[in-house]
Design a protein around this ligand. Structure first.
Ligand code: SF4
Length: 426
């Protein structure tokens, strides 16, 4: 059984297992319908999703939707963080309301960072880079510890989660401190709060994550169901059941009336001939809001593959050579590329004869994930590499120049972003 560990930097080798073991759906099935897909979508870096259909429908029909993500301010923002920032920014460009949390409570409780360090790292590493990459005003940027809606909601959600459930997901033990547990629930509140009335009410919300973060998503989807007044389910062939154990009787009556369903003691049965599941869910949400419930939609998620470390293995914040930080000096970033592990053969002769192995090459990965936007140009690199006409030395020089250019440009934009923090309410 694969274990996903959101607190450690696990590398998941066999992504296909996730589809079967954890019920993650394949992203490819949606790809054709997405207008202007992001390069991570086109290149299958984003490989899975939960309920992204609801977000896609909102994009296509120009209905409200949101995207949210959080960053734990413990160190330097690097290319892995850039991936999430880009995904959030892409959803803002598609018309979504976007939310960016600085998870200072988690950094303080789990990693022992002082509040001042959290504030400084949050702004200087994460927020400035997100703005430099294209985040626009209107985005909701906040620090967990200073944001009442999230803190209040996390307290409510905590009522619906117990120790056994959290420890089954996160491996908490008797030694785990209470604030660590609180920070897990706070992340669920981060994810659900865009659906509070003050932020426009229930709507599809996507959380772009690496697959190691799926336990958070599953916990939060479960909490959304448990916190709602009603549970809507397909019950066998031909009917939908709306259960509302904690709901006022009048609310169930109203649902029965509006759907033409049959009212029982604690549920309503509706023939699917009368309404589709989506229609019933929409009616139930309206009734739930009227009676003071949250009516949360289960949060959607997309899952991207991890970048490998520049030296092979995984990227680790304790090994600076394994990653490129967005604030690395451009020359240093370029040098890291020159020292990176490639998919080249042992000798030039072999390389010409057998071709390189771009699928095992961290330099190629930089081109795929970050440095080449043009798919045709990327395809040329791939073809030349496997055909043995591309030599690693030249290829690394080419990539390191691109990296240097990217970092120079990004860091200039970060300087401009410093002057723009006020536009984001910071
Ligand atoms: S030629 Fe480029 S892409 Fe191919 S293995 Fe060498 S460095 Fe990697």
């Amino acid at each position: 059984m694969t274990t996903l560990d959101p607190w450690g930097a696990v590398k998941i080798d066999n992504y296909s297992k996730l589809f079967d073991e954890f019920g993650i759906s394949k992203f490819d099935e949606l790809l054709q319908k997405i207008p202007n897909p992001h390069r991570y979508m086109r290149r299958h870096v984003i490989f899975g999703h939960r309920s992204y259909d609801s977000v896609l429908e909102a994009i296509l029909c120009k209905k409200p939707f949101a995207a949210m993500s959080g960053f734990m301010p413990t160190g330097k923002a690097h290319l892995g963080h850039k991936m999430v920032m880009e995904e959030i920014i892409w959803h803002q460009q598609q018309g979504g309301d976007v939310f960016l949390a600085i998870a200072d409570m988690e950094a303080h409780a789990v990693r022992g960072k002082s509040w001042k360090e959290c504030r400084d790292l949050g702004i200087n590493e994460y927020i400035l880079s997100a703005i430099a990459l294209g985040l626009e005003p209107g985005a909701h940027i906040y620090f967990q510890s200073k944001f009442d809606p999230v803190r209040d909601l996390s307290f409510e959600l905590g009522i619906k989660a117990n120790y056994s459930e959290l420890s089954a997901i996160y491996g908490f033990s008797g030694e785990t401190n209470i604030s660590h547990m609180v920070s897990a629930i706070t992340q669920s509140a981060d994810i659900l709060h865009p659906q509070l009335k003050d932020f426009g009410g229930p709507k599809p919300v996507v959380i772009p994550v690496g697959s190691d973060q799926d336990p958070h998503i599953r916990l939060t989807r479960g909490l959304a169901y448990k916190t709602n007044l009603f549970l809507v389910e397909i019950r066998g062939e031909g009917h939908i059941s709306v259960r509302g154990k904690a709901a006022p009787k009048e609310a169930l009556k109203e649902i029965a009336k509006r759907t033409g369903g049959k009212l029982y003691e604690e549920h309503v049965d509706i023939l699917t001939l009368k309404h589709t599941l989506l229609e019933v869910e929409s009616i139930v949400r309206e009734v739930e809001l009227k009676y003071g419930g949250y009516a949360f939609m289960p949060p959607a998620s997309t899952y991207h593959k991890f970048m490998t470390g520049l030296q092979g293995g995984k990227m680790s914040s304790s090994i600076p050579e394994s990653f490129i930080a967005l604030t690395d000096k451009p020359e240093d970033g370029a040098k890291k590329v020159m020292r990176a592990i490639t998919g080249g053969r042992v000798t030039l002769e072999e390389q010409k004869k057998l071709g390189g192995e771009p699928d095992k090459c961290s330099v190629y990965e930089l081109l795929v994930y970050h440095l080449l936007e043009d798919d045709n140009e990327l395809l040329d690199v791939y073809t030349d590499c496997v055909g043995g006409t591309r030599v690693c030395g030249n290829c690394k020089r080419f990539t390191s120049e691109l990296m240097k250019g990217f970092l120079e440009d990004h860091q200039e934009k970060r300087e401009i972003a410093k002057e723009r923090l006020g536009e984001f309410g910071l």
